[in-house]
Design a protein around this ligand. Structure first.
Ligand code: CA
Length: 732
């Protein structure tokens, strides 16, 4: 069957239909057998039952039909076009021949995993205005399966249980305060018949927490706040005790913007259950605002920001934590994927958790007690700290704390991360973790003007001078910054804390990794390839031209006697939106949202790639007064760049303002910025923070920037068009 359901209306119908039946199992379907025993087991690889494969989240499959000896014969089995040309970050899950994957705006798609026949679709009907509160595109990273249901976190903060057989809503709860800029992009996890979900929003000003809900009914079981309550009161939640005992004193008691912003610490991606030790690990995000000087008067470690926190799953009680970046001030989240393993270190088996977070150090932590085993740099350049001491704390570069020095600090890694959300695989066969790494610089500039130090009603509130952090009007410097933004696949040996091998890429923001017992590692690239490497040596064995960039991680599974590999393709996410120039040549790669599925000897073909037509840069003449251009630059840097690119240099995911036809039309520009003409496409009105005269100053700045770029920035820096509207559905 095939259906397109629209959120709340359908939810109401489902509630009526289920009246009196709350808590009963949904009718038997392909997902009915997914439970704790299945997710705790290594499995035979036929199913890829959770985004990370199973509870260990190694993204490692025991399947060997596709292997290093024959992967060169891999061909397309089927593909499906998806409706939204925004970031595709979802890992498919596959159970009993049914494939479930999510797309932008929190939509869910179900297919027959062998043939690509569409089964059903579900659209939760997220208000497009919510897009303006999504720091990093309107993405979603996948669903969880459990006893016949699928669990979906939506961009607007709902947790929705779907009947996996039909896509019908079984229950839905609002997990966030809708008056605040919370979002959800991460995958829910299910443990002991509870669904655990976090949230995001620390760039805008929220207080992070995770909540556990009864998997059958949606009833709340417990909530754990990751940072203290700014008003000093207990919350009446399970986190009260540890916040009182350990965390409160690590924040400024008086003063500091965390009292208004909520402090951050959102858990927007990694939540991992350890079936051996019966512990739940949270990867906790950055501070809000970033600037530790403004956030907490430069005082304290600010627990549990940028930490891994272990909880008791039944109750959410605190067990232990390890803080990776004390006094976080660079948007160094510890939310990145966490993999669990038991590996020999120093001659004895150690139960470890592994994480390669934004800050550039690969962490191996003893998961029996939270103690650091080793932390080493996994990219060549790390400017904020030199190493970790025996006390488990970083030895910092004093210049990195820009709010203390009062000087700008050019950081690698930066908020864009040495490793972001892109999935990381670990192969127990090779003992190596496969990190989608990158080097992208960013300047942290202490705010000289009071308005940059204050929180505003819309947009990022990070406490740095984001306007002066944009590209300078210097073609050589822009070229150097673009050339210096690179990617790599790092095969990391967690036992020794060193890289075993590495593949370099000319551009950052490449795809997540997936490993198999066939001695393979799969990874897509931002320049439009889906590759396989020998897991032990890094030798490239396979490449498929995807026609578009790949960010997501792959999954593999079997139906009948055939092994398949599935991966989402399409461009988007934080980096292309926020600093388009940095993604370099990948800007000219088209954006084609698809699901691709491969098998040995597959003979399907993608439709011929549409020719890339780059619109000429032909802005109106720059006639505005310099003071208006400068005022517009400040406003653009504050409100516009995180979606439309630093210096208005977009990457072709959202409209490129330098090439926008609206740029020449003062009236339409005002209708968009002030009247909210395009709010149904996610471009909200900025009237709360901008007058019509200021909107005109922003236009003057973009016109000025476009004229400069036309003269000084010759190709190949030209954005790609978004995908043409394509029918949704599978093609054989
Ligand atoms: Ca962040």
């Amino acid at each position: 069957m095939r259906r397109w359901t629209i959120g709340r209306g359908w939810a109401a119908l489902a509630l009526l239909a289920a009246a009196g039946g709350c808590g009963r199992d949904v009718p038997r379907n392909a997902v009915s057998g997914v439970d704790g025993a299945m997710l705790a087991a290594a499995g035979d690889g036929r199913n890829w039952a959770a985004a990370g494969y199973n509870y260990l989240e190694q993204r490692f499959s025991p399947l060997t039909q596709i292997n290093a000896g024959n992967v060169a014969q891999l061909g397309l089995a089927w593909s499906a076009n998806l409706p939204d040309a925004r970031g595709q970050e979802s890992t498919p899950i596959v159970i009993d021949g049914k494939l479930f994957v999510t797309g932008p705006w929190s939509k869910v798609f179900a297919y027959d995993a062998a043939t690509g026949r569409p089964l059903w679709q579900y659209d939760p009907g997220v208000d497009r205005a919510k897009g303006a509160q999504a720091c990093c595109d309107v993405v979603n990273r996948g669903v969880a399966a459990w006893r016949g249901r699928l669990y979906l976190g939506t961009l607007d903060g709902r947790l929705i249980a779907l009947n996996a057989g039909t896509g019908a809503v079984d229950w839905s709860v609002q997990t966030t305060d809708t008056s605040k800029p919370y979002t959800i992009t991460g995958v829910p996890r299910v443990v002991k018949d509870m669904v655990v979900i976090g949230n995001g929003g620390a760039e805008f000003g929220v207080r992070g927490y995770v909540t556990a809900y009864d998997a059958a009914t949606g009833a709340k079981k417990w909530r754990f706040y990751t940072v203290p309550n700014p008003n000093g009161s207990p919350d009446g939640e399970v986190s009260d005790r540890v916040l009182h005992d350990r965390a409160n004193a690590s924040w400024s008691a008086q003063g500091g913007q965390w009292h208004q912003s909520g402090g951050g610490g959102t858990v927007w991606d990694a939540i991992v259950y350890d079936p051996e030790l019966d512990q739940l690990y949270l990867g906790v995000g950055n501070g809000s605002p970033w600037n530790h000087g403004l956030r907490s008067n430069g005082q304290g470690d600010n627990l549990f920001l940028s930490s891994i926190v272990a909880l008791k799953p039944e109750t959410g009680e605190y067990l232990w934590h390890y803080q990776e970046t004390p006094g976080e001030t660079w948007d160094f989240t510890a939310t990145q994927p966490i993999a669990l393993a038991t590996i020999p270190i120093g001659g004895r088996p150690r139960k470890v958790l592994m994480q390669a977070p934004k800050n550039g150090f690969f962490f191996v932590v003893d998961r029996t007690n939270g103690r650091l085993i080793n932390a080493s740099k996994f990219i060549d350049h790390v400017t904020w700290a030199d190493h970790y001491g025996a006390d488990g704390r970083p030895v910092e570069n004093p210049a990195a704390r820009f709010y203390r020095t009062g000087q700008p600090f050019l950081a690698v890694p930066s908020a864009l991360a040495a490793h972001n959300w892109q999935p990381m695989a670990f192969s127990p066969q090779t003992g190596l973790a496969y990190v989608p790494a990158q080097e992208v610089a960013m300047a942290y500039i202490p705010p000289a003007r009071p308005q940059d130090a204050q929180a505003h009603a819309i947009g990022f509130n990070v406490g740095t001078d984001t306007a002066d952090g944009m590209y300078p009007r210097n073609a050589q410097q822009i070229a150097a910054a673009t050339a210096g933004a690179t990617g790599s696949l790092v095969a990391w040996d967690p036992a020794t804390g060193r890289a075993r091998w590495k593949v370099s890429y000319p551009t950052p923001w490449n795809g997540g990794t997936m490993a198999t017992a066939g001695n393979l590692v799969f990874q897509g690239t931002s320049l439009g390839e889906f590759r396989a490497y020998a897991a032990d040596t890094g030798r490239q064995l396979f490449s498929y031209p995807t026609q578009t960039g790949v960010m997501a991680g792959a999954a593999t599974y079997m139906v009948g006697n055939t092994q398949y590999v599935a991966v989402m393709t399409g461009r988007g996410g934080a980096l292309p939106l926020a600093i388009g120039y940095a993604i370099g040549r990948a800007r000219t790669v088209p954006n084609m949202p698809r699901l691709l599925v491969f098998r040995l000897g597959g003979t399907a073909h993608l439709p011929a790639a549409a020719p890339v037509e780059v619109a000429a840069l032909n802005p109106p003449a720059a006639t505005a007064a310099a003071a208006d251009v400068e005022a517009g630059r400040q406003l653009f840097g504050r409100y516009c760049q995180v979606c439309h690119g630093a210096s208005a240099g977009g990457a072709g995911v959202l409209p490129d303002l330098q090439r926008s036809g609206v740029l020449a039309d003062q009236a339409v520009w005002r209708q968009v910025l002030i009247d909210g003409m395009l709010k149904d496409q996610g471009m909200v009105s900025f009237a709360r923070v901008m007058t019509a005269a200021q909107a005109e100053q922003v236009r003057a700045y973009v016109i000025d920037e476009a004229n400069w770029a036309k003269t000084h920035l010759p190709g190949p820096i030209a954005p790609a068009p978004s995908a043409p509207r394509m029918p949704t559905g599978a093609t054989q």
